[in-house]
Each structure stands twice: as C-alpha cells, then as structure tokens.
Design a protein around this ligand. Structure first.
Ligand SMILES: [Zn+2]
Length: 277
C-alpha cells in the first residue's frame, strides 16, 4: 500500500502547493481524493481522482478566492510538480527500505538500477487529467456515491463463464473508447480481480485541507474537529459571496435561478466506509 498512499500524498501536496503559488490561485484549498487501482481490463492501474472546489481561502483567511469560471490550475504545472514530488518520495521510500520489489521488478532493488529507473521516470512527460467543473455540491455527491462503493468490475460487464473461461466487456481508451470483449481463464480473472481488494484497514479515500494538516492522511476519511472551524469559516465566506452574486443579478434572473443554495460543506464529520468484503 506504500505506493497508493504515496499517490494520495503527492497529488494532495501538489494541489495545495500550486494553488498557493503567487502565479496561480494564491489560495489555500481543500480536496477529497479517491483511489482507483484498476483500469478497464482489470489490470493494475493505480490512480487517484481528486474532487476540488473551484476556489479557496485567501492566504490570510479573510476572504474566498474564486477561480476563473473556465480555468482552475494549469495542468502542465500540476503534472511537473506531481512528477517531482512523486519521484522524490519514491526514492526516499526506497532509501528507507519501505518499498518492496518483487517478481519482474526485483532488479530495481539494486541502487544503480533504481537510479536509472528514476531517470527514466523523470525523462517522460507525466499527465494530469482535469475534468470540467461538476456544477455544484449535488453533482459532487452524485460522483462520490458512484465511486465510494464501486469494485473493479460491475456485474453488467460480465458476459459469460464457460469452459473455465470468463468473458467481460471493456472499453479500449487507446482505440477511441471502443467496446471490446476480453476472455481470460477463470484463474486469471480471479487474479486480476483480487489485485484490487485493498488490505484490511487500508483506505481508498482521503480528505486534505490546507487548514488542518493532521487530516492529510489516507488512513482516515474523517474531517477532524480542528478542521470544522475552518469549514464554518469557509461556509460563511461562501454565503457572503452568494449574497453579493444574488444582489448583483437582475430580478428576472433571480426568479428563474434554480441553482442549489445548500452549503458546499458542513462541519459534520464525513466518513466513507470501505466497500463490503
Ligand atoms: Zn479512475
């Protein structure tokens, strides 16, 4: 799990650092990250999805800083900062003997081979994929509801099980998202499926906030009490922002405006349970 937690830490630290940068948003942000370990064909493809409000608190905490409507943070900068943080900590984990390499990766245990591997990683362009905004708190909740209790493959993608082989549908993104059917032996199917069962006690979600570094840990998915004050402060600033936006709108626009006005976050603890085992 060391690598999964590294993904959480490096992605969250990257978002916080780039958002604070005077050349970018210049704000303290918070985010929620979800770990996925699978790709469409069930092979090992660890990555994290981060849900981030389009703005944050000014560095002195006095006001809400909203991102531009069509732009949050530059993906090229995020990609490079993430690559730097990930590879630096990967090296540290190896030096501290916290990383185990097995099977075809065994040769990376030799320091000079590992150094070469790090140079190869650094020579490539890394890609952070940013999606357009979801549109509000309800969309974020819908997104989370779809992801929190998902396993590597859903039943509707299973096509058949016969002659000791399992067939399942998958989307080949490299071929323009073409739908294909993959057939593998039952053993291979189970091997691929079990790669994505997290060890007991491991977490697949993480809450990170610039205001409460203590919750920047993937082992918990709980907004600590110390973070609650910051969230209340966030909410009051957002309410002020909404009031000023509403008062700037014309009366006709106000009558037809059905945007949800619920607070974006609450001071309740947020807990995401592990999927049933
Ligand atoms: Zn994913």
């Amino acid at each position: 799990m060391a690598l999964s937690y590294l993904l959480f830490r490096a992605s969250a630290a990257t978002m916080l650092e780039v958002a604070r940068d005077p050349k970018h948003l210049v704000a303290d942000i918070g985010l929620l990250s979800m770990l996925h370990t699978w790709g469409q064909n069930l092979q090992h493809h660890p990555h994290v999805h981060c849900v981030v409000p389009a703005g944050g608190l000014s560095l002195d905490g006095s006001r809400w800083v909203a991102a531009a409507s069509r732009f949050f943070l530059p993906v090229r900068v995020l990609s490079r900062v993430f690559r730097g943080k990930f590879t630096a900590e990967l090296k540290q984990l190896m030096v501290q003997d916290k990383l185990q390499v097995h099977g075809s990766l065994k040769e990376l245990a030799a320091p000079e081979r590992f150094q070469r591997f790090l140079r190869q990683l650094f020579s490539k362009d890394w890609v952070v994929y940013a999606k357009p905004p979801f549109g509000g708190a309800e969309h974020v909740l819908n997104y989370l509801a779809r992801y929190t209790h998902r396993v590597a493959i859903s039943n509707h993608r299973l096509v058949s099980f016969k002659d000791d082989s399992v067939s399942f549908r998958w989307k080949d993104y490299a071929a323009g998202s073409k739908q294909k059917v993959k057939t593998v032996s039952a053993n291979e199917f189970l091997r691929r499926f079990l790669i994505h069962v997290l060890p007991k006690g491991a977490s697949f979600a993480s809450v990170t906030s610039a205001f409460s570094p203590t919750v920047n840990r993937p082992y918990r998915c709980c907004v600590a009490a110390s973070c609650s004050r910051a969230l209340r402060h966030h909410n009051s600033l957002l309410q002020q922002l909404r009031s000023s936006v509403r008062s700037a709108q014309s009366p006709a626009r106000r009558r037809t405006d059905h945007q949800p006005s619920a607070p974006l976050c609450t001071d309740q603890h947020l807990t995401v349970h592990a999927p049933p085992r």
